[in-house]
Design a binder for this molecule. Structure first.
Ligand code: M6R
Length: 607
């Protein structure tokens, strides 16, 4: 979401901070800033845009200080701007903080602090922390940070400096990564060890509630109660390339493993006092209640996220929802009225067809919501409201974590529409939200043991074609599974709603033909089992993605990939993950470059 760095030592901080921030730019890049202790005061310099912009500005400042913190931002609360860029400071400007995460109770804290005379310079959730630390400060920065964080609800990785404690950085975390390391020239902190890998290979991954005090001389660690502790030091052998990939052999795998975090970040702060809140959409419940038709427009994987959303919007909000590839939508004359809501989904936010469709829909009078991963992208700028998926920069051409971010965001939108339409009660929304949040752990469980997936992939690697089938939600999931496989392994794959098998696709099946079936427990489970039997009878090699505990499925499948039991509405989140891993494993076994498949680009900015 955001990247934070800090350094205190014998060297000038400016260059070290910029280098660290540049390595962390994958976490966000809509603005960047540093706070450096300079001659007894804090010099804070922030710029909108990428770290390069900040770096050029700092050349004029040429700061000599040897202790400082820095931040590269991915906007959550408050638009990308210089005012909203971190570090944020206290009223007196003597305390500066950088933050990664979301402070869920910031609005009430802000009101409280303002009532006590604090003035705020930004729209961010983060700034409250600087003011809380300011109020708590009584000569001990560590104690003040502990007092301040005790008031916070949400996730945070924090680095704090104060001009009255020269050469000291206090860091702490909850549900947000913080890595601390000691090099020959000083002490370092960052959201990811990649930012300090040139200085040290021995790092401490701070645990939730722990705090570290960094000085030029060394690092002290404290537990939640403020008692000193001995940290566990991890030695990392990775080279820069591996470190950038988080120790994974390719970006695709790294990004697949980031998905539990994406789900958590997407949901953070969305349930306020039991009600769904998506303030960025800037529509009142009454306006939402008037919506009588939804179009989801998108391309590729984003289109598949739309197919999943259709199921949820129609089931929960009872609003007709059509999903169209943008390149078709823009060239026909869809029925659009002022009560039509168009939802444009795009990871990059710059897909030419999706943009053209947005423009067309707005001319025809529709309200357009964008769902995109890139802050300030054309889709974000040209939509009436925007939800940012919290995937962070996605490098592999094949979308994985951005897809899960889209599905999670669209699920929230479906719940919001259901809330406005009265399709679900408050209690139902709370229950669904909590089950949706549980999928983060369920995805973690899937990622822990991939042996069955790898085995199925090896069995399929020499095939020339494969068929993905599913019903209901499973059909939408199978479309995305087939796209993943063909785009990175070049193995021809088709997806079909399983009920269509007898209308043509079953003719493809002969001895050993791979059929990958979404056969999770759902209202149409028995029907999909019948499809498996029909396929098996014709010699298919069946790979079934099934629900844990379903032993019966083994009778019908050659390979079973079990996933945790979830409500059918959320099965797209869990069942898509093994299909991503399956596609990647097939591609690796076939010797393909999984991050940069031939003929494809990450952004499709031309028709
Ligand atoms: O950036 P967008 O989401 O608008 O991109 C849409 C498609 O080009 C994209 O999803 C493409 O299909 C990916 N290669 C899928 O992995």
């Amino acid at each position: 979401m955001c990247g934070i760095v800090g350094y205190t030592g014998a060297e000038r901080a400016q260059g070290i901070l910029i280098e660290g921030l540049t390595r962390l730019e994958y976490r966000g890049y809509d603005s960047a800033g540093v706070a450096i202790q300079e001659g007894g005061a804090l010099e804070v310099v922030c710029r909108k845009g990428k770290v390069g912009e900040l770096s050029r500005t700092l050349e004029d400042f040429d700061l000599k200080g040897t202790c400082g913190i820095g931040h590269t931002r991915w906007a959550t609360h408050g638009k990308p701007s210089e005012a909203n860029a971190h570090p944020h400071t206290s009223c007196a400007g003597d305390i500066a903080i950088v933050h990664n995460g979301i402070i869920e109770n910031f609005a009430e804290l802000r009101d409280e602090l303002m009532a006590r005379g604090h003035s705020f310079a930004s729209d961010t959730d983060t700034e409250v922390v600087a003011h809380l630390v300011e109020e708590a400060y009584d000569g001990d920065l560590r104690a003040a940070v502990a007092d301040a964080t005790a008031r916070l609800v949400g996730a945070y990785g924090l680095a704090v400096v104060c001009d009255r404690e020269p050469g000291t950085i206090i860091v702490t975390r909850k549900d947000s990564p913080i890595v601390v390391g000691r090099g020959a020239e000083g002490s370092y902190v960052a959201s990811d060890m990649i930012a300090m890998i040139d200085a040290t290979r021995d790092v401490v991954v701070l645990a939730d509630g722990q705090t570290a005090r960094l000085t030029a001389e060394g690092i002290e660690y404290f537990d939640e109660a403020g008692e000193p502790i001995e940290p566990t030091v991890t030695h990392v052998d990775w080279d820069i390339d591996m470190a950038e990939k988080g120790g994974h052999p390719d970006f695709m795998l790294k990004e697949i493993y980031e998905q539990p975090r994406v789900i958590r970040d997407t949901l953070a702060g969305r349930l306020v006092s039991g009600a769904l809140a998506i303030d960025e959409l800037d529509m009142t419940p009454e306006e939402l209640d008037l919506v009588d038709r939804v179009y989801v427009i998108a391309c590729g994987t984003s289109y598949h996220a739309g197919l999943i959303a259709k199921n949820l919007i129609e089931a929960w909000a009872r609003i007709p929802c059509e999903v169209e590839v943008a390149s078709e939508f823009r060239y026909r004359n869809p029925i659009i009225t002022p009560t039509t809501l168009v939802v444009a989904v795009s990871q990059s936010g710059e897909t030419a067809d999706t943009l053209a469709a947005i423009r067309d829909a707005r001319v025809k009078g529709a309200k357009v919501f964008g769902i995109t991963n890139v802050v300030g992208s054309p889709v974000a700028r040209e939509s009436d409201g925007v939800i940012y998926t919290k995937a962070n920069k996605e490098i592999a051409v094949a979308s994985t974590k951005s897809f899960l971010g889209q599905v999670a965001s669209l699920t929230l939108l479906a719940l919001l529409l259901a809330q406005a339409k009265g399709g679900l009660t408050t209690a139902q929304i709370r229950l669904l939200f909590s089950e949706l949040a549980d999928t983060a752990e369920q995805v973690e469980a899937i990622l822990e043991d991939t042996a069955a997936i790898d085995e199925a992939a090896l069995a399929c690697k020499d095939a020339t074609s494969a068929l993905f089938i599913g019903r209901g939600m499973g059909a939408a999931i199978s479309y995305e599974g087939a796209l993943k496989l063909k785009e990175i392994s070049y193995l021809h794959a088709e997806a079909y709603a399983a009920g269509e098998m007898k209308h043509g696709p079953i003719a493809l099946i002969d001895e050993g033909f791979p059929v990958i079936a979404i056969a999770t427990k759902s209202p149409v489970y028995d029907k999909i089992v019948s499809n498996l039997q029909e396929s098996k009878a014709r010699g298919a090699m069946i790979v079934a993605v099934a629900t844990e505990g379903d032993e019966d499925i083994r009778k019908h499948a050659d390979h079973v990939i079990y996933i945790p039991k979830v409500r059918d509405a959320f099965s797209a989140i869990t069942a898509s993950v093994p299909l991503q891993l399956f596609a990647r494993a097939v591609a690796v076994a076939r010797g393909c470059d999984v991050d940069q498949p031939r003929n494809l680009a990450k952004s499709v900015t031309v028709e």
